[in-house]
Ligand binder design. Structure first.
Ligand SMILES: *Cc1c(COP(=O)(O)O)cnc(C)c1O
Length: 371
């Protein structure tokens, strides 16, 4: 049996005619830049997240960059985040000349260890970027309390967690600014790059709207230095179709996760496999990530059995060559380093079937029976 880590083709088949219609409408109009679809999508996502404002942007990476620009992050400023995330979280900080200050993760949730944040705060700390990794929200109340105490801004990296909730509030609405990615593999994926910023703060909204179009307050009058951070009309049209199904798809992901848990419990494999712990937040399972022994051997074996898996992330950010000037070394973030050696992402997408999951769990059991 061949089971990919992610299968986008099945999903496309189910919405193909709607997508083609939506694309055709944009093509017939021949208006590709900020011509209505983006604004409609912004209104829907803002409302969905319980935010007043949303700004469609060119990618999740640019959502982060433009958010940091909007809160006026300057060279020398410090921004607290984790070394266990996709590179963009940290790259956006460094691109502005600011300094990422890392805090280790908790091993059970793979999210920031809120008990270690306060000791990293200095007079130069301006913001914190909690990353809701794999679709699970961080322990936001603690982060909000710390941010209030030290007057820090919170930018949520919710690229992997659209639709996830914390105490009945959607990710993106919990801090000052929320960032989403529409990279094709994300829970709400476009057919190319795209992203969205959400906020409840009007001046931040107004500033990001300007930054998105080279800082122009009106056409050809440039109040700020921004960039071309626009979301395409074609992507917005696709995303408007897919957005209707987001909650149903997220629900199916959670059902798949529950099924994995059940199957692993039945095989007694919980001794080997520690499934993600679900806290008082719901989890939208962008990835289903387990921690296992003999990870690299298991990965190799599963590949020979036709099962797609991946490692998120094999090299923590504090050990990346491009960030060596930060001066971190191996051993600085033990939980992150351990996660990078033990985590394995198993196939996860809404259309994953029981049969496929049974096959995956059976093969994992076979592997541990033979080693
Ligand atoms: C995908 C992702 C991003 C970047 O999004 P792009 O749209 O690919 O630029 C940022 N942070 C995290 C945690 C991500 O998973």
């Amino acid at each position: 049996m061949n089971i990919p880590l992610l299968d986008l083709k099945i999903q496309y088949q189910s919405i193909k005619s709607e997508i083609k219609q939506a694309l055709d409408k944009v093509l017939e109009s021949q208006h590709f830049i900020l011509n209505g679809h983006v604004e409609t999508l912004e209104k829907k996502i803002a409302h969905y997240c319980g935010c007043d404002y949303a700004i469609g942007v060119s990618s999740g990476s640019d959502a982060l960059l433009v958010s940091l620009m909007a809160i006026d992050i300057q060279p020398g400023d410090e921004v607290i985040t984790v070394p266990y995330t996709f590179f963009a979280t940290v790259g956006s900080i460094v691109r502005l000349g600011a300094k990422p200050v890392f805090v280790d993760i908790e091993l059970d949730t793979f999210n920031i260890d809120v008990n270690q944040i306060e000791e990293k705060i200095t007079p130069r700390t301006k913001a914190v970027i909690p990353v809701h990794l794999f679709g699970q929200c961080c322990e936001m109340q603690a982060i909000i309390d710390i941010a209030r105490k030290y007057n820090l801004k919170i930018i949520e990296d919710a690229a992997q967690a659209i639709g996830a909730e914390y105490k009945q509030k959607k990710t993106g609405s919990l801090g000052d600014i929320g960032c989403f990615s529409f990279f094709p593999s994300k829970n709400l994926g476009g057919y190319g790059d795209g992203g969205m910023v959400v906020t409840k703060v009007k001046p931040i909204y107004e500033k990001i709207k300007m930054l998105r179009v080279h800082g122009a307050s009106s056409k050809y009058y440039h109040k700020l230095i921004g960039g071309n951070f626009r979301l395409d009309e074609l992507q917005a049209a696709i995303l408007l179709v897919k957005f209707k199904y987001l909650d149903a798809w997220n629900k199916k992901r959670a059902e798949c996760a529950q099924r994995y848990y059940q199957l692993f419990s039945e095989t007694g494999l919980l001794d080997f496999i520690i499934p993600p712990k679900i806290k008082q937040s719901n989890h939208v399972f962008h990835q289903y990530v387990v921690r296992v022994q003999k990870r690299d051997q298991l990965l190799k074996y599963l590949k020979t059995q036709g099962i797609g898996c991946a490692i998120y992330y094999p090299l923590p950010l504090h050990l990346q060559e491009s960030l060596s000037s930060l001066g971190y070394k191996r051993g600085d973030f033990p939980q992150t380093e351990r996660a990078s050696k033990e985590t394995l992402a198993l196939p996860m997408y809404p259309e994953l079937t029981i049969k496929q999951q049974e096959y995956i769990v059976k093969k994992i059991r076979d592997f541990y029976n033979q080693v």
